[in-house]
Design a protein around this ligand. Sequence first.
Ligand code: 5AD
Length: 351
Amino acid sequence: MSDVNNLLKKAYQMNDLTKEEITYLLENITDADRAALFSYALKTKQAYYGDKVYLRGLIEFSNICRQDCLYCGIRASNAKVERYRLTLEEILACCDQGYKLGYRTFVLQSGEDLWYTEEILVDLISAISKSYPEVAITLSIGERRTETYQSLFAAGADRFLMRHETASKELYEKLHPTMRFEDRRACLSTLKDLGYQVGAGFMVGLPGQTPADLAEDLRYLKEFHPDMIGIGPFIPHSETPLGAEKGGTVEDTLVMVALARLLIPDSLIPATTALGTLNPQGRELALEAGANVVMPIITPTSVRKQYELYENKICGDDHPEDCRYCIERKIQAAGFDVDLGRGDSQQFVSR
Ligand code: 5AD
């Protein structure tokens, strides 16, 4: 048996690997090893969550951003993207439609847009939780003050998604000229301490990213133990400084999804839109490699294409109801069961 094979077995049985072991594995994995890895990851997911795939309705409510991340299509310096900002009424209308389509988690995502002050966000969250008391509210709005995170939690927000993007400080600082590595980590810890279910995660295939960097991403996740883990391929956007770079692959991303499942077995792992963008079957492949969440878009069709973090993002012309049923068919065809419940993480349920 190969070394890689032994490492995979260890990961499956112990849910742990050292940084050196992960690096070795990433550098030496073969196609046959990959198949074994995906099958271990699928079994692990089934042991913790069965065949359920949780759906979340994603509302991209503003593409205005004060940050200037080198990879991102809505970075502040991109003057070519047409900017939009949904009003409270428009966001509530999305929720209404999402609720009717059966979603019981709303993910409110935006660029770092300070037009939405703490006060405005508190009003929004209060209105949503009053109208839909059984719904889980997830925020994905980037870095704010601790006091703001606290007020938003008190107003009824349950979860917060904020990818750590990369666990390499050096790479992080190259990619985020307007941000600090330590601030990101501190925000994630604060959110967890405040009682949010927290989602971290990273991109695969960033320029200059090494197997050791990716191993460090998994070690960070193992130690931080978030409730959710978002992993997607980096996809170059032509209107950014990284427009001519290569980008991540579906294959490499699936390996990271599967390893995340083995190392943090009780986490919720989305089959990301970026994977679906690189390959029409990308999200189904992720479900078969350990992912168990899908986040269909319920952003109004009129502004969807403007939320362009990367190019050729799928579902740009679709309506919320199209995505709802398209995804259900895909999940069922892959042999899994759609679950429209809140879908809290196992870690949260046992807390
Ligand atoms: N390719 C892939 N993912 C991207 N993101 C931002 N820009 C890109 C890109 N060009 C991801 C980041 C961010 C999440 C919302 O989208 O990881 O946290």
